[in-house]
Design a protein. Structure first.
Length: 149
């Protein structure tokens, strides 16, 4: 449940959490390969673990910079980002560099999983020994997703 604070700190308004199928209604046409419901949750959990180790790159500029420097990991993109031109070059970079990538339905949820109050459209999750099992599972599943072409 999302809580919105008003002037009185004791009062909060709860808005219902949107379901996975509701989020799919706002997807971009380029949001392929899209992670399923189960994989999306696993990716968010892996991101939360990576944030504790400070092992993520967040945002288009930062992800693009570190991909060009040769950093490896899983690239997670938000499927509801508009305009598409903001990040449409990232999947092409990933394919050229043989880096696995997947779309999730919501930039708000992607930002929240990274511990931010702001929506995030791209995150690079780097491997680390503390969450290696979760990372390996996500890597295997993302590599198994069918590519859009």
């Amino acid at each position: 449940m999302t809580k919105i604070k008003e002037e009185d700190p004791d009062e909060t308004i709860e808005t219902p959490e949107r379901s996975y199928s509701d989020l799919l209604a706002n997807l971009n046409p380029i949001a392929k390969p899209l992670a399923g419901r189960k994989l999306t949750k696993k990716i968010y959990k892996c991101i939360k673990k990576a944030v504790k180790q400070k092992n993520i790159r967040r945002g288009v500029k930062e992800v693009q910079k570190f991909l060009n420097k040769g950093e490896k990991g899983i690239v997670v993109l938000a499927g509801d980002t508009l305009p598409i031109e903001v990040y449409c070059h990232i999947p092409v970079m990933c394919e050229d560099l043989s880096i696995p990538y997947a779309y999730t339905p919501s930039k708000t949820d992607l930002g929240a999983s990274a511990g931010s109050k702001r929506p995030t459209c791209v995150i690079l999750v780097k491997p680390h020994s503390d969450y290696q099992e979760a990372y390996d599972y996500c890597l295997e599943e993302v590599q198994g997703l069918p590519l859009p072409y």
